[in-house]
Ligand binder design. Structure first.
Ligand code: SF4
Length: 276
């Protein structure tokens, strides 16, 4: 994509230009992309590549999320894919990509345990943006999986369940992908507080971009309301963070926004965005 970004818009968010004319996304430093192979997954790319990623990440610290997405699209083209769970932040990424690069491949990890309201977002995204979301499923249906394990795995071993129903399918889906985006914000959890804008994702062996790392919950929701972005109706019913049905509950007033995920256990992440 060329840098005809300013002329493609203007789109305004909260009164400011989404792509200010002063922003040249072509100024992003070029990187020598490593071949994705078993060795880059195992040992990572060269130190030079890592330091270039770090430099880009620092440069993008002051960029807006849509500028970061534009850089990512310019840099990785069709090698860029997005996983979405249709959270508020993820919906913004879809909203911006619909304008920047609607051809970007976007997928959802359909564990078989998602809320119907979450799955309904597939049709809502298609209706609003004309974007088809790919559903990435585990090899076994829920019925087969539970039968093979003597019942639901999420009750006794949610880490194993996330590994089987999310991480495995994600790993397969990311084969051949050079970069992916996460919708995490630094103010969500202590783990996420240190998330760089751009970094090498050792776990999956590709570049990970977090365009909303610097944004707050307030900014996210102001933009959703202002831009009339579709969102999961469960957010209005006490679910600020929506995961699988068996592992998500409503949060009470004053509770942390992710406290409804795996409530009552020490688990806080499904493993997509943690390094272990
Ligand atoms: S969130 Fe719960 S149901 Fe979904 S994959 Fe993880 S453990 Fe299984």
């Amino acid at each position: 994509m060329t840098n005809g970004v300013s002329s493609m818009f203007p789109l305004t968010i909260l009164g400011s230009e989404v792509f200010p004319s002063s922003m040249s996304t072509n100024s992003a430093p070029g990187l020598a992309l490593p071949e994705k192979s078993a060795s880059t997954v195992a040992t990572g790319p060269s130190p030079e590549f890592l330091s270039e990623l770090q430099a880009v990440s620092e440069t993008l610290e002051t960029a807006s999320p849509w500028e970061i997405l534009q850089w990512t699209v310019d840099r990785f083209g069709s090698g860029f894919s997005v996983a979405t769970a249709f959270g508020a932040e993820g919906m913004l990424i879809i909203h911006w990509l619909a304008r920047i690069a609607p051809q970007t491949k976007i997928f959802n990890l359909d564990t078989g345990y998602q809320f119907p309201e979450t799955l309904a977002m597939v049709d809502r995204v298609r209706a609003r943006y004309g974007i088809q979301i790919e559903l990435v499923r585990p090899e076994l249906s829920v019925e087969q999986y539970e039968q093979a394990n003597g019942g639901p795995v999420y009750t006794l071993n949610p880490d194993q369940c996330c590994k089987d129903r999310k991480l495995g399918p994600l790993r397969r889906r990311l084969q051949g992908v050079s970069a992916w985006a996460s919708a995490i914000r630094r103010d969500q959890t202590p783990d996420r507080a240190v998330a760089p804008i751009v970094a090498w994702d050792r776990k999956f062996g590709l570049v990970k971009v977090s365009p909303l790392a610097n944004w707050t919950k307030k900014q996210v929701w102001q933009t959703i309301v202002h831009e009339n972005v579709p969102y999961n109706p469960l957010h209005d019913q006490g679910y600020p963070s929506v995961g699988c049905m068996p592992c998500t509950r409503c949060v009470l007033a004053g509770e942390d926004e992710r406290s409804g995920r795996w409530a009552g256990s020490k688990k806080t992440e499904c493993g997509l965005h943690s390094s272990d």
